[in-house]
Design a protein around this ligand. Structure first.
Ligand code: FE2
Ligand code: FE2
Length: 143
């Protein structure tokens, strides 16, 4: 059965893979390929965040208390966007040590964030939306 949990966990896995590739390319100082992989990572991550912020999170309005888990997730998206901005800056300067240090922080933050969504928020949405899950999935950009 197609669920929000399955679809979004797969999307997390794609983003994780791109970030791991970026880390390896930074270790190899392959700046040209790293730039391309980094941009794909940013694009995939932004699409994922948009699906959450514009489609999924609003479905909890009036159901979950304000200031609850969704606010925490939105705050963590901001933190991740800040880290992505720093990474872009270091990539521009070809600062290997800076890039690798920042990417390590992002990997840890993403792991913790994604685990909370996969174990708590997405299953809650699947349950909450119940027979409307299919319609909500159709609203998302899954290209
Ligand atoms: Fe998220
Ligand atoms: Fe997510």
């Amino acid at each position: 059965m197609t669920t929000i949990t399955n679809i979004m966990a797969n999307s997390h896995a794609s983003c994780d893979e791109l970030l791991a590739n970026a880390e390896n390319l930074a270790v190899d100082q392959n700046w040209q390929k790293l730039t391309a992989v980094f941009e794909s990572f940013v694009e995939e991550t932004e699409k994922h965040f948009r699906n959450e912020e514009e489609i999924l999170f609003p479905k909890t309005e009036g159901i979950l208390p304000p200031g609850g888990p969704v606010e925490v997730m939105k705050y963590e998206h901001r933190q991740m966007r800040d880290l992505i901005g720093n990474l872009r800056e270091q990539l521009g300067k070809q600062d290997q040590a800076g890039f690798l240090g920042e990417i390590e922080t992002l990997v840890i933050l993403m792991q913790q964030h994604n685990m909370k969504e996969e174990q708590i928020l997405y299953p809650m949405l699947d349950q909450l939306l119940s027979e409307d899950v299919g319609t909500v999935i159709e609203e998302m950009d899954l290209t």
